[in-house]
Design a protein around this ligand. Sequence first.
Ligand code: FAD
Ligand code: DHB
Length: 389
Amino acid sequence: TSTQVGIIGAGPAGLLLSHLLHREGIDSVVLEARDRAYVEQRVRAGVCEQPTVDLLDEIGLGTRLHAEGLPHHGFSLRFDGEDHRIALTELTGKSITVYGQQEIVKDLIAAHAGPPIEFEVSDVDVHGIASDTPSVTYTDSGGHRRELRCEVIAGCDGFHGISRRAIPAGALRTFDREYPFAWLGVLAKTPPSDEELIYTHHERGFALHSMRSPEITRLYLQVAPDEDIAAWPDERIFAELRARLATTGGFALHEGPVLDKGVTPMRSFVAEPMRYGSLFLAGDAAHIVPPTGAKGMNLAVADVVVLSRALSDLLRHNDSAGVESYSDTCLRRVWRAEHFSWFMTSMLHVDPAADGFGRRLQLSQLRYTASSTAAATSLAENYVGLPFT
Ligand code: FAD
Ligand code: DHB
């Protein structure tokens, strides 16, 4: 079979790209390794930046987001047992919406048009990416070997996908940072303990209070990078959260049955450029940020907005200016988010190797951010999301 754009991966990047292309009258086929239930249930990011929300509204996909998502106009920076509110909307005129990534994925799958998404494919491989007649081979869910011929391929298959690795090593430059910690995340069946997100710096480590709905709380703890989840029975998780989230005012953490838990490693990673011949990388396939500041999914959305416009110009008007500048345009925004995510991570976590000098710099940065309108505005401007282009 053949299509105009072969899309590998049905995460936010691949699904949204297919949707945006369809609106431009461009055909695509989405190939996904997992089954539908798996991608719809996978618990991941929760914060949609204002530009992400605006885009979903613009393309008619914002209905459930506005009905069920929670608009937030500020969050708390908590340290030394005190809260310091970052008033996002007062400072920037913008806001964010808490709406789980898997809800966006469900909305995108429900709205999918064109050839059906192919779930449960395996042995995906790309061919001829240096030419303008590339193809993707794969085994479909029925066990049949298939070939998909296309004009371009979009590698939206996440950090561990095959797309980035198909690019010759000499054609790609990569940059990365590993952090000496990870996040243990839990989803708990209990109402949030506060209306707003709480980013906490504590000498025992970082903690984050977030939520998914008025009945479901999402909580994160800084743990060791190689932490074994088996060492964290629910009672230990809540005891540690209570210790880190404690305030002088007596913060009461709501506890409840744990619905999901897992450890997420933290890294920063960028591959440059985000294109090789007829293969375009988007989202986590091209870059990773540590989760502090919630930029990962929003970056994936920004990439495919730029990519869909570029591919529309190329495939409908034979104008290649957009595809030529795709990587540079995306990377400018990617590096801003890389810096912001690194900055938030460094400011809020406890680096086990830090000396007294490092710890005092960190505390000084927290106090400055909490007390200076200029510093808080800079943080807020990045947090609510910079324009896509
Ligand atoms: P993905 O969502 O990873 O989608 C890639 C898709 O490609 C997947 O469905 C995968 O199954 C599929 N795939 C992979 N390989 C192949 C293949 N060979 N063939 C076919 N399909 C393939 N961000 C935040 O902002 N906050 C968070 O709390 C947060 N938590 C996270 C927790 C985890 C465990 C992970 C992995 C990421 C988290 N992120 C978080 C980051 C955020 O979820 C990602 O940035 C976002 O999912 C990127 O979307 P994507 O579409 O680029 O990639
Ligand atoms: C969530 C995740 C984040 O990385 C973050 O900075 C804020 C909230 C969340 O999953 O709710």
